[in-house]
Design a protein around this ligand. Structure first.
Ligand code: MN
Ligand code: MN
Length: 467
């Protein structure tokens, strides 16, 4: 091979390009990433709702010696704690050896995903078919949710005050739910509509039955039969569905995707694909050290982070204030010196839709964890916009720790845009930057990610915690 020319050497030194991680990693590390993702797939299947994700996470945390934290509790360096917020969001933290005033190292991901929530009075029958009415949660392309098998997950509080947890449609012997769509034979008028109107919100009704209750004199026999089945199995009456949080999610399991198995197809990568790597990072004893470290798994991100389980809630500040009180230090100082990775997914470049991307500033699958300096829309509106200094810190941290990373925006300027929890973290005077896994078909019932990117996200969070 001929020697490199001066110009070639200079461009190696001066140019920046993100690179495919397959080029950079040896076979051993690729195998490690594949093995890591086996655990991720199990997490996906057991954690389709925020409640289930909290249960899975608390279980993992307890297995690693984490214990429940209560406000006012005395803590010391080395303690491993978790705070379960109403069963829908969870905070894991380890107390470090250095003063808390050096700040907390935080990774914040969310565990709610787009889905179809049941309305408070969902059940009805029409023309001898039984249905459940839904109100979609988060940004869904409604037409994608028709004609696919769906499962029902959630919790019902009975009139007695008893709690019933429901999962129907995940076991292969379970029945599934379904949303009807028109056959192409009768879709001439539907074809003329725009995608956003072809299936409307009020037609996202879950088909749940067609067998009448066996009593000639009874009315609404299909509905009655469904309620009688629910009542027999769970003790539920129609009124109990009012004090309930039930939702329909795709009934499929996480599967390897691609003939080369390099990817995973699943419901709910957004944002379990950042939640799981954050949790495994804090469970890793490499996270035990100088800094106090924290993982936040938030709810309600997909509807704007409102509510007391979302990240606009004061709970993050409250926990930092409680810990600060314990050590007799200023919570304001603790927050001012804290650093956070807002771990949420980004959009992966899709060669089937090149028109919405600006290729130089777009994330590619297999190019590692994506950093985003800012998000927002229409002139960066609504973004936190990380400082050059903080980006410089994170970039060096990743380079020093063998984290393969890339930088990207979410699509072309003025093509759309999106937000994350970063703005609500920044609001508390904490340095924060967005980082996460590039996703193909984000918010679709089944999304696709690349395994190497999941593993690199785990390495990224671990680098922050172990620093
Ligand atoms: Mn997200
Ligand atoms: Mn999302």
């Amino acid at each position: 091979m001929s020697e490199k020319t001066k110009g070639q050497l200079l461009s190696e030194k001066l140019f920046y390009n993100s690179e495919n991680a397959f080029k950079k990693l040896d076979a051993e590390e690729i195998a490690k990433a594949d093995a890591y993702c086996e655990g991720y797939k199990k997490f996906l299947d057991s954690s389709k709702t925020e409640r289930e994700a909290v249960i899975s996470t608390e279980k993992m945390a307890r297995e690693h010696g984490f214990v429940p934290y209560t406000f006012g509790m005395k803590v010391k360096a080395g303690d491993k704690l978790f705070y379960n917020n109403r069963g829908k969001s969870i905070f894991l933290f380890r107390i470090g050896s250095e003063p808390l005033t050096e700040g907390v190292r935080i990774a914040a991901a969310h565990i709610d995903s787009p889905r179809l929530d049941l309305k408070p009075r969902p059940l009805y029958e029409d023309s001898e078919q039984g249905f459940l009415k839904t109100h979609y949660y988060g940004g869904v392309k409604k037409y994608q949710w028709t004609a696919v098998p769906l499962a029902l997950h959630g919790r019902v509080i009975l009139a007695s005050g008893d709690t019933v947890d429901i999962v129907i449609g995940e076991d292969e012997n379970d029945p599934v739910l379904y949303i009807n769509d028109l056959p192409p034979h009768l879709a001439q008028a539907q074809y003329q509509k725009t995608l956003s109107l072809a299936i409307e919100g009020e037609s996202l009704n879950l088909l749940v039955g067609s067998r009448p209750y066996d009593d000639e004199e009874a009315s609404e026999k299909i509905k009655l039969n469904i309620l009688s089945i629910l009542n027999e199995k769970y003790g539920i009456t129609e009124a109990d569905l009012i004090s309930a949080e039930l939702c329909a999610v795709p009934a499929s399991k996480a599967r390897d995707a691609g003939l080369d198995r390099s990817m995973i197809a699943s419901y709910g990568h957004d944002d379990r694909v950042c939640a799981y790597p954050s949790v495994t990072a804090i469970l890793d004893d490499a996270s035990a050290g100088k800094h106090t470290v924290m993982v936040i798994l938030a709810d309600k991100e997909e509807t704007g982070s409102d509510g007391n389980t979302g990240l606009k809630c004061s709970l993050l500040s409250d926990i930092i204030a409680e810990l600060s009180n314990t050590f007799g230090v200023s919570e304001n100082t603790v927050r001012a010196n804290s650093k956070c990775l807002s771990a949420d997914v980004n959009v992966a470049y899709d060669p089937n839709f090149p028109e919405v991307f600006e290729k130089r500033n777009t994330a590619f699958i297999n190019h590692g964890v994506v950093l985003s300096k800012y998000t927002g829309a229409r002139g960066k509106s609504g973004t936190s916009d990380a400082s050059a200094e903080f980006l410089g810190y994170v970039r060096k941290l990743f380079d020093d720790n063998g984290v393969i990373w890339q930088i990207a925006e979410l699509g072309k300027v003025d093509q759309g845009g999106g937000g994350t929890v970063a703005a609500y973290i920044a609001k508390r005077n904490i340095d924060v930057i967005d980082l996460g896994v590039p996703v193909i078909s984000m918010h679709a019932p089944v999304e696709v990610i690349a395994k190497l990117d999941v593993y690199m996200t785990h390495k990224a969070v671990l680098a922050l915690f172990a620093e």
